[in-house]
Design a protein around this ligand. Structure first.
Ligand SMILES: Cc1ncc(COP(=O)(O)O)c(C=O)c1O
Length: 372
């Protein structure tokens, strides 16, 4: 293709990093992406397949948006269906919000570190990110005043926060988020991908008028592979967001699976409770190891700071125990940290063993003394 043709591609897109071709090794314990350690329940899978067998696969879904799922979500959340937008994963809702709000030259304010997709999306629209650093010494607490200061001085059209935050796992209170929403000059996105693991209901924030809550079926409902996410906001904002969603965003398969999951929500509560219990057990066992510091987490993963070389830990966990965790290489401010999903009890035992072997080893001790 001639360079002239490539010049037709938006500069923000051309400047973005190319998409790498990587595949996860399915033989590994996949604890790098904050997924559910438990599979979607087998009997519910059968129910999904039974219903799927009854609908035509040759036809598009009955509505251009998954209206019946939207109705079910609205009833469950306690809002009107006009306030709910569904798309293929919350990742697509993040894109839709950016595409709806952000213009070239705009500023988007967010804390840092936070979920990478936010930082990556903004330059695609030739806008700039202003990051407000989170302080590890303050437990990555939400810097409400600094965020407000940045948003107001930049007249930011959009501010984004993940509550709980990824990759730190930090809990952010409804009171702080409300203060932020009330003070920002534009739209506030609150990404609640991990909300079920901290049991804080932020739905009331929608009444403020400028808040978009982004949620997912990928974590609590163990449906990451089927790609279903949704936003809850005012009817007026939802109507605009709907225009940014592709027609038929969900396959009939994904819509049916999400409906079954919602109908049988009670089945996922014990799975969540196990993750929360294991989160505490895993954190406590890791925290007593030399050179290991675990940050408090309100999500289904842990951020762990290590005083020994990260590469050594990653190689040891993967090489000896087939454990894959997140190296967080894309977060320079977390150079000494890794993130690991809470796994099954067996996986968590293995994780502790792997960490303990390295923390107690000669290499681990050397790394610690070098880093003081
Ligand atoms: C904070 C946050 N938001 C959104 C997502 C994307 O989720 P989905 O699978 O719904 O696209 C993730 C995925 O890990 C996440 O951590």
């Amino acid at each position: 293709m001639s360079s002239k043709t490539l010049e037709r591609i938006r500069s923000g897109l051309r400047a973005a990093a190319p998409v790498g071709r990587t595949l996860v090794d399915e033989a590994l314990h996949r604890l790098q992406w904050n997924e559910s350690p438990q599979e979607f329940p087998a009997d519910l899978k059968e129910e999904v397949l039974r219903r799927l067998a009854r609908v035509p696969w040759s036809r598009y879904p009955l509505g251009m948006r998954p209206w019946l799922l939207i109705d079910a979500l609205a009833a469950q959340v306690g809002v009107r269906p006009e306030q709910v937008v569904v798309s293929e994963g919350s990742s697509d809702l993040i894109r839709a919000v950016m595409a709806a709000v952000v213009r070239p030259g705009d500023t988007v304010v967010m804390p840092s570190p936070t979920f990478l997709l936010y930082r990556q999306n903004v330059p695609l629209y030739e806008a700039q990110v202003v990051e407000v650093p989170l302080d590890p010494a303050a437990g990555f607490a939400l810097p409400v005043e600094e965020l407000l200061e940045a948003a107001c001085s930049q007249q930011a059209r959009l501010v984004t926060v993940c509550a709980p935050n990824n990759p730190t796992g930090t809990f952010y209170s409804q009171a702080d988020l409300r203060r932020l929403a009330e003070g920002v000059p534009g739209v506030l996105v609150v990404d609640e991908a991990y909300a079920e693991f901290c049991e804080q209901d932020l739905t009331a924030l929608v009444e403020l008028g400028n808040v978009i809550l982004v949620r997912t079926f990928s974590k609590f409902y163990a449906l990451a592979g089927l790609r279903v996410g949704y936003a809850v906001t005012t009817a007026a904002l939802a109507a605009e967001l709907q225009k940014m969603i592709p027609n038929f965003p969900l396959s009939v398969f994904s819509e049916i699976a999400a409906q079954v999951a919602l109908e049988r929500r009670e089945r996922f509560l014990p799975l969540r409770d196990q993750v929360v219990a294991e989160r505490g057990r895993l954190a406590a066992r890791l925290a007593v190891l030399p050179g290991v510091m675990v940050y408090p987490s309100a999500a289904n993963f842990l951020l762990v700071e290590i005083a020994f070389p990260k590469e050594q830990l990653l190689a040891h966990l993967q090489g000896h125990h087939h454990l894959l965790i997140a190296d967080l290489a894309a977060y320079p401010e977390l150079a000494a940290c890794v993130r690991l999903s809470v796994g099954t009890p067996e996986q968590n035992d293995l994780m502790v063993r792997g960490f303990a072997e390295l923390a107690g080893s000669e290499g681990g001790r050397r790394g610690r003394s070098q880093s003081g």
